[in-house]
Design a protein around this ligand. Sequence first.
Ligand SMILES: Cc1cc2nc3c(=O)[nH]c(=O)nc-3n(C[C@H](O)[C@H](O)[C@H](O)COP(=O)(O)OP(=O)(O)OC[C@H]3O[C@@H](n4cnc5c(N)ncnc54)[C@H](O)[C@@H]3O)c2cc1C
Length: 415
Amino acid sequence: MPDSFDIVIAGGGMVGISLALQLGVALPPETSILLVEGFPIPEPAPGEAPVHHPAFDARSTALSYSTRLIYERMQLWDDLSQWLCAIESIHVSSRGRFGSTLLRASDHDWPALGYVVENSWLGNTLIRQLRQGGRVEVRSPAKVIGASPRGTGVSVELAGDVSPVSAELLLVADGANSNLRDCLGVAVSEKPYRQHALVANIAFAEPHRGCAYERFTDEGPLAVLPLLPARDGEHRGSLVWTLPPERAHHLCNCPEEEFLPTLQQRFGYRLGRLLRVGERHEYPLSLVQSSEQVRQGIVVMGNAAHALHPVAGQGFNLALRDVAELARVLAQGVAEGLPAGDLGLLQRYQHRQQKDQHRTIAFSDRVPALFMHADPLLGMGRDLALAGLDFMPGLKREFVRHAAGVSAAGERANG
Ligand SMILES: Cc1cc2nc3c(=O)[nH]c(=O)nc-3n(C[C@H](O)[C@H](O)[C@H](O)COP(=O)(O)OP(=O)(O)OC[C@H]3O[C@@H](n4cnc5c(N)ncnc54)[C@H](O)[C@@H]3O)c2cc1C
């Protein structure tokens, strides 16, 4: 087994595997790639069952149009399509206030405003492609426990291995609590939102007709994303309910007989009577940003680089745009005869993604703050802003473009 690779990816979550697949497509076959994942990456049964892997848990992810374009280029989209529910409209409202707005894909001549996939099915598709492609060497379960600069590259330590693996480039994709980032001495800033996200699948009496609901309440935003119906035809959605920590903890553990009426009271009857709730999970929320993203031979990616508030569904979509841009820059580097870890090359990547990152992070950070403000005047402004989206089509279009991540993708295609 070789102990030297051009590229080593630490972390095989949604970002790490997408990165491995994208690099496999973008770089010449002689570029060697190793993916190291701490948990066992299972062999998925073809199309039959979702994978069980902690990074592909019970959550669902809203994929933006920019993600669709990237997965189409990677020839993953067709395979993924069978698990996707298209978002045809988004209903944004504020509990106890008059403002609400409906954003419709058809108003923008788009096929959809986004697509919802259960993470376990996204995992199934990504892992199948990784295993079948055979382009990337996978070590799992295996842990990266350290890294240090060596020559122009990096020496990567794997738990249990006597000698380190050497790499031209180490891609750090081991999540928001990245140990590797810490062991490299990369500082992080963390802004706790003092909120937890309660996540669960719910079943309701009426069909969702492809509508995603984003409802702002005095406790925090509550979203219900449309899911494909269950095998028995039951109407389903994915709930992301942002709450103060104690309340999230209580609602996560209380009996269904208490949970459903409480949710019904906060959400209303837009989807008819709530019938059932699946397994509930709780995630503490904070904005985590790494102070550096590139060094000679190192790039920090995904949640390790920036973990965002989930309210606007932007974290993974942004990370995937980072992945696509890094692959583009590394392919240019190969054409220019530069080593993958060349600092100038990696800075080129960072420069190109900076604007998209700043804008997306600011958007995700501002939305929950704006909609939770106790100031009644600001509350009124928020209502007017919601109502105003309907009166000002240009503003509404910009909001939708931003949520879909197409302004960034479009700018890049043009520039
Ligand atoms: C409630 C919620 C809802 C969300 N909804 C959306 C949405 O709708 N749309 C959207 O775009 N984003 C959404 N996000 C954000 C999205 O989930 C994240 O952006 C994404 O999961 C980040 O993936 P990652 O691979 O960077 O990190 P992770 O998923 O944390 O994966 C890290 C991987 O690294 C592995 N690992 C850790 N340490 C090591 C090591 N030392 N060696 C080897 N492997 C290691 C772990 O086992 C894991 O598999 C949401 C987030 C939350 C919390």
